[in-house]
Design a protein around this ligand. Structure first.
Ligand SMILES: [Zn+2]
Length: 231
């Protein structure tokens, strides 16, 4: 095989290595990415805290209601026990009882509203908890398959890197340096020639140059500098 042909083969392997390396990077990025899971988790925690706060409020309201009911009971007792005879005092007690009654009704309404809210929040927290668990399971599964894929790609990369060594070994260092330099500046160092045209830059080669390429000489394209190769 001509030198250009050997370099072309090396390039094929290098391109494959590049592609696999990219795949590996993507896999590693995916493996490290648990953003969605964290977001769902913190939303869940926030909802749980809101629920706890609402429940605390509910308890507080229940105590306030009990307190009001107890006070009304005492007032009623004073009113109807017969111990209080003073009419003015009786009127005051009646007013007091009425005031307690209206406070109790208001408090009961507030409490009912809050209880409905708590119930709704409990359902939401339960649903969110299931959702987070589902996300966690899915994430875990994805991690497993990504790890497996990563191992596969690493094995392929090892195989390619061995292949590259085998291909590069017989080449002399000056040619390899030229190849690497062109790879750096041109992306691809070796270009095929088809029907007298360099496929790297699409320019038609002078006949003499094409002849030299066909003869197996190491020739670089006048236009794009790439090493020219015929099959
Ligand atoms: Zn060219």
């Amino acid at each position: 095989m001509s030198l250009a042909g050997q370099l072309y083969k090396l390039q094929q392997v290098d391109l494959e290595i590049q592609k696999k390396q990219q795949t590996l990077n993507e896999i590693e990025n995916h493996l490290a990415d648990n953003k969605d899971l964290l977001t769902a988790g913190s939303k869940f925690t926030a909802q749980e805290q809101q629920l706890a706060e609402a429940k605390r409020k509910q308890k507080e309201m229940e105590w306030e209601l009990e307190d009001l009911q107890e006070k009304m009971k005492q007032t009623n007792h004073k009113l109807y026990s017969g111990k209080t005879k003073n009419p003015k005092e009786l009127v005051n007690l009646e007013n007091e009882a009425r005031s307690f009654k209206s406070k109790i009704v208001k408090k009961e309404d507030e409490l009912l509203e809050l209880m409905a809210q708590v119930e709704e929040m409990e359902a939401e927290v339960k649903a969110r908890s299931k959702e987070v668990q589902k996300l966690q399971r899915e994430w875990q599964q994805r991690q497993e398959s990504l790890k497996q894929r990563k191992v596969e790609v690493e094995v392929e990369l090892n195989r390619l890197s061995e292949m590259r060594q085998e291909l590069a070994q017989p080449l002399d260092s000056e040619n390899l340096r030229l190849y690497e330099q062109l790879r750096m500046t041109r992306g691809q160092a070796v270009a095929k020639v088809e029907q007298g045209r360099c496929l790297g830059c699409r320019i038609t080669l002078p006949t003499s140059q094409w002849q030299r390429v066909k003869a197996g000489d190491l020739v670089q394209c006048n236009n794009c500098n790439r090493i020219l190769c015929v099959e």
